[in-house]
Design a protein around this ligand. Structure first.
Ligand SMILES: C[S@@+](CC[C@H](N)C(=O)[O-])C[C@H]1O[C@@H](n2cnc3c(N)ncnc32)[C@H](O)[C@@H]1O
Length: 214
């Protein structure tokens, strides 16, 4: 159980990868510290994103849409939604899906998750700051990201802004980005509508980053 305000809500135990890894980006003078990998349940995350339950999150997604979870870790949110919605395509992206950036025990858990994934869920290894081509080639109707952004911004505010900018640019105009936590005592998230113009994306990236990080 965890406590939110005065209310206790149930949650599954969170597995934490014990090691912190240093990822060195392409210009090797800027190593990036990556936080631990966790496995929050779909039920818990639906609530964190402001839905009463998984069913509500599931029915909120547009028909035949592409959905992205950035820093998805070992969460089963994608499995739970995609099994209810065979018309959508769900992508889990995480920097630690790459060999060498994952603890051997965690790797077994990840392999099990991949093995049991519905056909409309894919796992892609990659950094939100240097998006893989297969991620950048698509536009997404709803992008989710929970408990990743502050790990990125711990490396410096500019990393946080770049991550939010990249996620906004991946969204379909009129689509949604849900990211958080905004408030570490409430674990709430912030949802914004993806703007149409690059100027509006830039302004929103700064605004969202300010809400999340400062
Ligand atoms: C605390 S876990 C959250 C996992 C899942 N969203 C949950 O709530 O259980 C943070 C995840 O973000 C990933 N991550 C950290 N930095 C990243 C980056 N630059 N690009 C992509 N993923 C990143 C980590 O590998 C880790 O799996």
């Amino acid at each position: 159980m965890i406590t939110v305000g005065s209310a206790e809500i149930s949650s599954t135990p969170i597995h934490r990868d014990s090691d912190r890894l240093t990822y060195v980006s392409e210009d090797e003078d800027k190593p990036l510290i990556i936080g631990p990998m966790t496995d929050r349940s779909g039920d818990e995350l639906a609530e964190r994103y402001g839905y009463t339950d998984l069913e509500r999150l599931s029915t909120s997604l547009p028909s035949d849409s592409e959905i992205l979870d950035v820093g998805a870790g070992l969460s089963n949110l994608g499995h739970m939604i995609a099994s209810r919605r065979p018309d959508i395509q769900w992508t889990n992206l995480d920097i630690r899906y790459s060999p060498g950036r994952i603890h051997p025990i965690t790797e077994t858990t990840l392999e099990n998750l991949k093995f049991t994934a519905p056909d409309n869920v894919r796992y892609v290894a990659g950094n939100v700051l240097e998006l893989p081509r297969e991620i950048a080639a698509k536009r997404y109707a709803h992008i989710f990201s929970y408990y990743m952004i502050h790990h990125v911004s711990n490396n410096g505010r500019e990393f946080g802004v770049q991550a939010i900018r990249n996620m906004l640019q991946l969204g379909e105009p009129g689509g949604k980005l849900s990211v958080g936590p905004v408030n570490f005592s409430l674990y709430s998230t912030h949802t914004v509508i993806i703007p149409e113009t690059p100027e509006a994306v830039e302004a929103l990236a700064a605004q969202v980053t300010g809400r999340l990080i400062e």
